[in-house]
Design a protein around this ligand. Sequence first.
Ligand SMILES: *Cc1c(COP(=O)(O)O)cnc(C)c1O
Length: 372
Amino acid sequence: MTPPRPRPEVLEISPYVGGESTVPGVNRVLKLSSNEGAFGVPPGAQEAYRRTAEELHRYPDGDAAELRRAIGARFKLDPARIVCGCGSDDLIYQLCLAYGGHGRDIVMSAHGFAIYHIAGTYAGSRVIKTPERDLTADVDALLAAVSASTRLVFLANPNNPTGSMLSYEEVARLRAGLPQEVLLVLDAAYAEYIDRPDYDPGIRIVDATDNTVMLRTFSKIFGLGGMRIGWAYGPPAVIDVFNRVRAPFNISIAAQAAAIAALAEPGWVEKGRAHNKEYRAKLTEGLRAARIKVWPSEGNFVLADFATPERAKAADEFMRSRGAITRPVGGYGLPHCLRITVGTAEEVEIVIATLTEFMGSPGQVPGLASRA
Ligand SMILES: *Cc1c(COP(=O)(O)O)cnc(C)c1O
């Protein structure tokens, strides 16, 4: 008897490890492990969600037409060129399955978002990771990895977990250097946090080409990670492909209603962006003052670098013992780092105080003993 077996590449995939949310024995935890916004759920979205309770026997609008209209109005985009997904993760899978496959390579940078590798491998593609400079995607290295077999290039901009960003000029140079038949995917999950003039989430390049797609999400600044809603903006041919392969009712009634209301919440994005700018700087300065290296970040998180895996692990354990959960990123090849979400003012203060204590008491903390 031979048991059912998946395609061999499926068993090469390591399951995605999400941010944890509990610590045994600790009642109140600070969850700073998944880059959820600092302000919870927009009040209007909570109300809209509740109102859907009586309609839940109905199937949702499979086209998410009203939601696409609301996204289009908000971002000044043609709704016909938008497709919604069950989180942008879902859209990443669809792209890999539709454009990848055996003999169709996918290129990403070394510390790029983990789902590209998982979904690409699942699709049957070879996923090639290219070297970075200062934990930042290197356009020349990405271009050098492209061959006649390449069909997809993924770039998270800014990237998770490194926080690094490429300017519009650099992304345009990447697009210009890629062959026509390569679909460039610009994943701008953190776009709303950025107010730099040299940044473009992808809209300009999508509009100027017919082989680039931008991904966005409601999971970060909009505070709806639990609802699972992402969206893509792309050329008509790519949107057509999504609409052929996606699950027909991939966005629930509750998710559609909550997302529409989140877009309408007055001042929500501005408040989140301003808070993030101020407290990301405070967190960065506070940790640097405690002699921890912090990589520059454009997201709602920072990457704290403890120089060795042992010290990062000790810092993680120390934080957990105080109820603060951050994100170990060993799975990203960064075992010496922890990714820390920018939380509320109080949470940022606690993180700084806790890690300052950790750094200042080398005698008590394993892994720090060698530090002078
Ligand atoms: C959080 C994140 C996503 C996706 O999140 P969804 O919740 O699936 O929409 C996609 N890309 C990056 C880089 C992210 O950090």
